[in-house]
Every structure is written in C-alpha cells, then in structure tokens.
Design a protein. Structure first.
Length: 456
C-alpha cells in the first residue's frame, strides 16, 4: 500500500548537480576507478585491441590504461589516439602506462608510473596541471609520499599472485588496508584479481580494482566487465552518482517510480496505515509500513481489513488511507532536490520518460502539476488502473511500449528490491536506490541492481 519508491535523486559530493566529471581539471571521483581495465594484446585472437577495449567499456569499465610494450612508438601513437577517442565517448579516463612524455604527446587524461619510473614532481612538470597521475605503491610510506607529492590515485599490489608480473610477491591484506587508511585519494587494488577472488578484498578500503586478463582474456569481454563491475561495487561499498549514470549510459527510455523518488513523500506513506487505524482507535505495530510496502493500495486495504477484522469495506479503507495523505500531495510534499536538473538533463538528451506508480493518479498528477514536472513524462501508469503491481513485469513492459522503446534499452529506477528484481528478470536495466525505508535490503540491492545510488 505504500507506493514502492523508485529512484533517481542524486546529488554529487558538492550537493549540486554537476554533470560530467572533468578529468582534465583533475577532478577524479572514487567511482571513476571502480573497474580499471589495463590492456594487454596477448589475448587478441584475431581481433583488434580497439574492439576489445570497446567491449570492456560497454560492459562498464570506468577507466582504461593503455599498456603496450611491443609496439613501435608510431604504432603506439596511432593506437593511443584511437582508443583515447573511444574512452572519451564513454567518459572514461584514458591513462598511459609509464611514459609521461607520450601522455602529453597523445593528449591522454593521465599517466601511471611505478616506483622506479619518474618521480611525481617530474611527471607533473612534464604533463602539466590538467592531467591525472597514478602511482604504484607497495608500502604505506610509498603511498603517503606519492600522495604528498601530488598523485591523484594509487595502484596497490599485486594483491594476488599474477602472471603479468611474476616477480611480484603478493601484497598482504593488512598492508592494503593500511595504505587505504593512510591516504585520502582513491586506492586501486591490482594484480591477479579475478571474478573468483575479488570478494576477498571486501573491507580493505579500496575504491576499485585494476584487472588485465580477468577482462581481456575472457571470451565474453563485455559480460566479464559487467560482472566484475557489480562485484567491485559490492566490495568497495561505494555508491554510484547521477553523474556516473549519465556519463556512462545511453538509455533509450527511463521509467521512474514516484514516491521517495521524484517526490519526498515517503514519510507520509510510511505511516499512512498506522494513522488510518489510529483514527479508528486501533494501535498498529511499527512493522505495518514495511508489510504494506510492496502492495498496491487495494491489496493493502484488503490486508488491513483482513488482519484487523474491520467492518469497513476494502474500498472504504483505501479511501480513508488516501485521505490521510491527499492533502499533503496537494499542498506540502516537495520534489527531491536533484529531480529538476536530472529531468532536464534527460530532456535535453531527448530521452523519453514515463512513470509507474502504486499511488493514485489524481494525487500524482496534482503534485506534478503543482511542482511543475508534469511536462517531462510521456505517460503515467498506475498499478491500480493497470490491474497489476510491480511484482509482475507487465506494467514495465506497458510503460516501455508507450514510450516506443525496447525493454532491454530502458532503465527502471526503484528503491524497492522486489520491483528491481521484477524489472531485472524482465530484461530491463535497473537503478537501485539507497533509502531509509529499504535499508534492510541494501546489500542485496547492491548485488542486484546495475547501479546503486544513494539519495543525498
């Protein structure tokens, strides 16, 4: 009976909508290093490196390092320029391995250096102030020194035995934790990381993982990257942002839930059943709101009638509950802070939007009209009128059909785990939202949704 909340209000770390990250201004978010793909042409198998990098980016790689030891300088330059344009299209920072001069020549976003390469101050002098510097570190002392000298992120490892660097002994989990705790910049774990062992890095404090063969040696590069990104999100405990979503995805359409997503209405709905029963002199348990969360209004009304043996009909109970919140929709409930700029950004990209809600149409339309967002949506579909809740995919299919977009390219934004699971099983891409109402489901939501975004 509580409308299942959906999503999308996301603020960045400055509490305002910023759009794309500007790497050339050296603004690096921790989510930018979450899945750091390091190239190696050992596994091309008749394909081009460009094709493989594109598949990695399609699968969710958030950063790419070009590491080439066998090419001539001219061949490297040509390869770098092509892959640089590709990374720019996916808004992923493009990093050159070891060579600061080449980084400047190819106009890359940054360079990564080891402890035996150029010192950070010398690298900065070579590449200028507008590019990123990553530094490999195996000790806390090396990490702190690199940070103090101006490194933008660190690569720590090898965290597992690796065939890429056979002479590198594994970095202990304890040392990895100490490095992460010692510096305020992102730390990326690297070395021998696979889909099977990545979970062992949970709780270390890393912001992301750097992988080579776990992506590029796989027959399905796109699928391998997608799976690793999901695992990296879980082990880092980090949240995505609206900027992450907009710069990396190209949705054909967006489906939004209303309450707790577009409207800051969850406090009203969370206690609507209790308040209705209180008006009848009945004290409801605190768990009632959670019980009603995944139900439509008619289902919730029927549940209240059955559970509390009320004389009122289910229709009368539903009207009574709606009455508790109706005035708030018409007069006081506001938008989540980031909704207007986010909707405007989608409109500017000409992405169709629709709403699927468990709430009543009259209330939703009254609030949308008062708050000035009705014009953004091609359709408002309610579970009540449709005759089905979000535990079945039909209502999401209907929304996609009304927008004229295929489900597999349509995103569903929800904070209700059950609704995210429904949409996911039906082939939609999903954004899970961290919300107080669904806090108990946070870990499973992180594992299920394609993005997991915290409300600001």
């Amino acid at each position: 009976m509580m409308p299942a909340v959906g999503v999308i209000l996301f603020l960045d770390r400055k509490n305002c909508f910023q759009g794309f990250v500007m790497y050339r201004d050296r603004t690096l978010e921790k989510t930018d290093v979450r899945l750091y793909a390091v190239t190696d042409r050992s596994w091309l198998n008749g394909r081009t490196l460009y094709e493989q990098v594109e598949e990695a980016l399609q699968g969710g790689a958030t950063m790419v390092q070009l590491r080439e030891k066998q090419l001539s300088r001219q061949q490297f330059l040509e390869e770098a320029r092509r892959i640089k344009k590709l990374c720019a299209a996916y808004h992923a920072p493009f990093i050159i391995n070891d060579d600061a001069e080449f980084c400047r020549e190819v106009d890359a976003d940054g360079v990564h250096v080891g402890q035996t390469d150029m010192a950070v101050p010398d690298v900065r002098a070579e590449i200028g102030e507008g590019r990123l510097i990553g530094v490999s570190a195996r000790t806390v002392e090396q990490a702190v020194m690199a940070w103090k000298q101006g490194a933008d992120y660190l690569g720590a490892g090898a965290v597992f035995p690796t065939g890429t660097k056979r002479d590198a002994s594994p970095l202990s989990y304890k040392t990895l934790q100490e490095i992460c705790a010692a510096v305020p910049i992102p730390v990326v774990a690297i070395g021998g990381i696979t889909a099977e062992n990545i979970s062992a890095l949970r709780g270390s404090g890393i912001s992301g993982v750097a992988v080579v063969s776990a992506i590029f040696a796989q027959p399905d590069i796109r699928g391998a990257a997608r799976g690793l990104l999901a695992q990296a999100r879980r082990i880092t405990g980090g949240m995505d942002t609206v900027s992450d979503f907009l710069k990396r995805e190209r949705p054909a359409g967006m489906i939004f839930d209303v309450d707790g997503t577009l409207l800051d209405s969850m406090p009203v709905w969370a206690h609507s059943g209790e308040r209705y029963l209180a008006g009848l002199g009945i004290a409801a348990p605190p768990s009632l709101g959670k019980t009603l969360f995944s139900m439509t209004l008619p289902e919730g009304a029927a549940y209240i009638r059955r559970t509390y043996q009320l004389e009122q009909t289910a229709d009368e109970i539903q009207k009574g509950v709606v009455g508790v919140v109706a005035d708030a929709y018409r007069t006081t409930i506001g938008l989540k802070p980031a909704v207007p700029p986010f909707l405007q950004a989608l409109r500017e990209k000409q992405i169709p939007m629709s709403v699927v809600t468990a709430g009543e149409r009259a209330l939703v339309e009254a609030a949308f009209s008062r708050l000035g967002i009705a014009q953004y949506f091609d359709a408002v579909i309610t579970c009540i009128e449709f005759g089905s809740g979000k535990d079945r995919p039909d209502i999401f299919y209907a929304a996609a059909e009304k927008m004229g977009v295929p489900p597999e390219r349509t995103w569903v934004a929800e904070d209700g785990l059950y609704a995210v699971k429904t949409a996911k099983r039906a082939g939609f891409r999903t954004i899970g939202v961290s919300d107080a109402v669904s806090a108990d489901d946070a870990e499973e939501m992180r594992m299920t949704a394609d993005y997991y975004i915290a409300l600001a």
